[in-house]
Design a protein around this ligand. Structure first.
Ligand code: ZN
Length: 110
């Protein structure tokens, strides 16, 4: 619930800065390692939107694959957890490039 509320606060803040009155469509980018339950976020978002500028906003959730770069051999690769080993050299020194983010990707406003 708090995640949904913080998204609404972000939208309200952007509405002030960019002078729009209504949010019609929100594209959220939620990485597979963001520890966010997408279905419950969807449910909470709808509830949190009530009575706000995003009251009837459609929500789309984009989930790009998680990717990491190995600090040992430099290879970039998809990963399924933070604790994967490098598929090329077996090192555990993988640096996550994307996959744990939760951010507003795009907005349609009026
Ligand atoms: Zn490696």
């Amino acid at each position: 619930m708090s995640i949904a509320n913080s998204i609404i606060r972000l939208l309200q803040q952007q509405a002030q800065e960019q002078h729009f009155r209504r949010v019609k469509h929100v594209w959220l980018q939620v990485g597979p390692l963001a520890m966010v339950e997408v279905e419950s976020l969807r449910f909470c978002f709808t509830a949190a939107c009530r009575g706000t500028l995003a009251e009837e906003a459609a929500l789309d959730i984009i989930s790009p694959e998680a990717r990491a770069r190995c600090q040992q051999c430099g290879e970039e690769q998809p990963v399924t957890s933070r604790f994967d080993a490098c598929v090329h050299c077996g090192s555990y020194r993988l640096q996550l490039l994307q996959g744990d983010e939760m951010r507003v990707h795009e907005l349609e406003v009026e």
